[in-house]
Design a protein around this ligand. Structure first.
Ligand SMILES: Cc1cc2nc3c(=O)[nH]c(=O)nc-3n(C[C@H](O)[C@H](O)[C@H](O)COP(=O)(O)OP(=O)(O)OC[C@H]3O[C@@H](n4cnc5c(N)ncnc54)[C@H](O)[C@@H]3O)c2cc1C
Length: 442
């Protein structure tokens, strides 16, 4: 069943029986055991205690940390299977943590695994990767800075300077998700400002207790405007004031920051998109249920054409997003993340829009109830809004797809399809045959 990471999976619109049984098991666990936890106001420690027995059963079933290859303690499912799995786990914000592949830990573990491959350094596994995989360590990914445009990481200002047998890191970051509950932070910094940022940026593992790491606050956001410091899922603002780490805290070769970021974010976007579909389908279920239950102006909402249009459009858009995402997953399995760049970019902005629109329609169908905190729709709506910004704003992905698409075309003074020119060319090409036809009919 499990294949090596990156191995191809034949996908013929059906799922093999053994894996379908696993998916069904996941659906039941998420519906019956994980979704109820959302209704309780739990601290991080309470949540971890309540999910520990479920996590144990996930391990026994061989579904733990499925994003990593077996050699690293994962299942090495390949991206298509992971995609199908994330669609189910994404129904609940707690689904991924129960299955050992929650962001940002899962992406950071992938990044460390790629760094290990690049350098052949086995110590990375024992120090950071295993503890992350086993849930003994929490991490944050610290790249975005308030002073520079996160959509263009070539502008990063955080610097790391080598001093003897240490790196000294100085900079200011924000939106480091889970930064205030993390044990280690993976920090992107410029190590050589004299070359292109693609060659001059590097990643470091920084333990949070290192002198000079100053977590000043969790940023209040649409997610939680009056934020409580130190909660799971918060976004930290962090100063790195001449933070000194040993040389071996540089992960990957010096200058590989962009390559590592790409390796981390490419497959991660697929998982996000499938989780978004899980959220969208949950909102969709709520919309359909309400449409069949609410009566107004002489009929059920389900009988109004506008609502029918919302349901039909949502069904079609979710279906399209699902196929696009699974195809992008398949493309990664076939060609690697770099070779599937456009497919990944397309589902990022398409998937984020579908999630947003489906949740918005579901909320509208519920009226005031949808806007209230008595249903999960308002929280889903806030989360959906963020999806258009994180992992690169939609506009950047659109720009990159448009640029690659346009590169396949050439400028022409006269359009290729200009009919007078095409007609002249056709007359020339068929001149003899046309003459014969004319002679025959005369
Ligand atoms: C919920 C959430 C979680 C996050 N988690 C993390 C994390 O864990 N670690 C981390 O490092 N960062 C994280 N981020 C930050 C995120 O990666 C950045 O917000 C994102 O990269 C955009 O950068 P920016 O906010 O600086 O926006 P800017 O770069 O300032 O862009 C602002 C806007 O400009 C427009 N724009 C930019 N470029 C173009 C273009 N080429 N064409 C047209 N329009 C354009 C877009 O509309 C964009 O939204 C998170 C953000 C959010 C919202």
């Amino acid at each position: 069943m499990a294949s090596a990471k990156g191995a191809s999976v034949a996908w013929d619109f059906s799922t093999d029986e053994a894996f379908e049984a696993d998916l069904e098991w996941m659906r039941e666990v998420v519906r019956e055991e994980v979704e109820p936890l959302e209704t309780l106001d739990l601290t991080r420690d309470q949540l971890l205690a309540l999910i520990a027995p479920i996590q144990e059963r996930v391990r026994e079933r061989g579904l733990w940390a499925a994003h990593l290859p077996p050699a690293l303690g994962g299942m090495g499912f390949g991206q298509v299977r992971l995609g199908l799995m994330h669609e189910i786990l994404g129904r609940s914000p707690y689904g991924p943590v129960v299955f050992g592949n929650n962001a940002p830990d899962s992406g950071n573990a992938e990044l460390l695994a790629v760094a290990m491959e690049m350098t052949g350094r086995a110590d990375i596994e024992e120090r950071w990767l295993r503890p992350l995989l086993e849930g003994r360590m929490r991490s944050g990914f610290s790249m975005t800075e308030p002073e520079t445009a996160g959509s263009d990481p070539r502008l990063l200002r955080t610097r790391a300077v080598r001093d003897g047998d240490e790196w000294v890191i100085s900079g200011h970051k924000w939106y480091t998700t889970n930064g205030s509950v993390a044990d280690v932070l993976i920090v992107m910094a410029v190590t050589n400002p004299d070359v292109s940022p693609y060659q001059g940026s590097s990643m470091f593992v920084v333990p949070v207790e290192t002198p000079g790491v100053r977590i000043v606050r969790d940023v209040g956001s649409m997610d939680e405007p009056r934020v409580t410091y130190g909660r799971f899922g918060n976004h930290a603002e962090i100063y790195y004031d001449e933070v000194r780490v040993p040389l071996d805290h540089l992960v990957g070769p010096e200058g590989s920051g962009f390559a590592l970021a790409q390796a981390r974010l490419g497959p991660g976007r697929i998982h996000h998109c499938m989780r978004w579909l899980g959220q969208a389908s949950r909102a969709f279920d709520m919309m359909c249920e309400r449409a069949k239950s609410r009566y107004a102006h002489g009929s059920l909402l389900a009988d109004k054409q506008t609502v029918q249009n919302w349901i039909a459009d949502s069904a079609a858009e979710m279906h399209a997003a699902r196929l696009m995402t699974l195809h992008a997953a398949w493309a990664i399995d076939q060609r690697g993340a770099a070779g599937a760049r456009d497919e990944i970019a397309m589902i990022k902005y398409y998937g984020a829009k579908v999630l947003h629109d489906v949740v918005d329609r579901a909320l509208q169908v519920h009226g005031a109830l949808g806007y209230s905190a008595d249903l999960p729709l308002e929280a889903m709506y806030r989360a959906a809004r963020a999806a258009r910004i994180y992992d690169g704003p939609d506009e950047v992905h659109r720009q990159s797809v448009a640029r690659h698409t346009l590169a396949r075309y050439e400028a022409r003074e006269v359009p290729r399809e200009y009919l007078p020119a095409r007609r002249a060319a056709a007359l020339e090409r068929y001149a003899e045959a046309l003459e014969l036809l004319e002679a025959e009919s005369a």
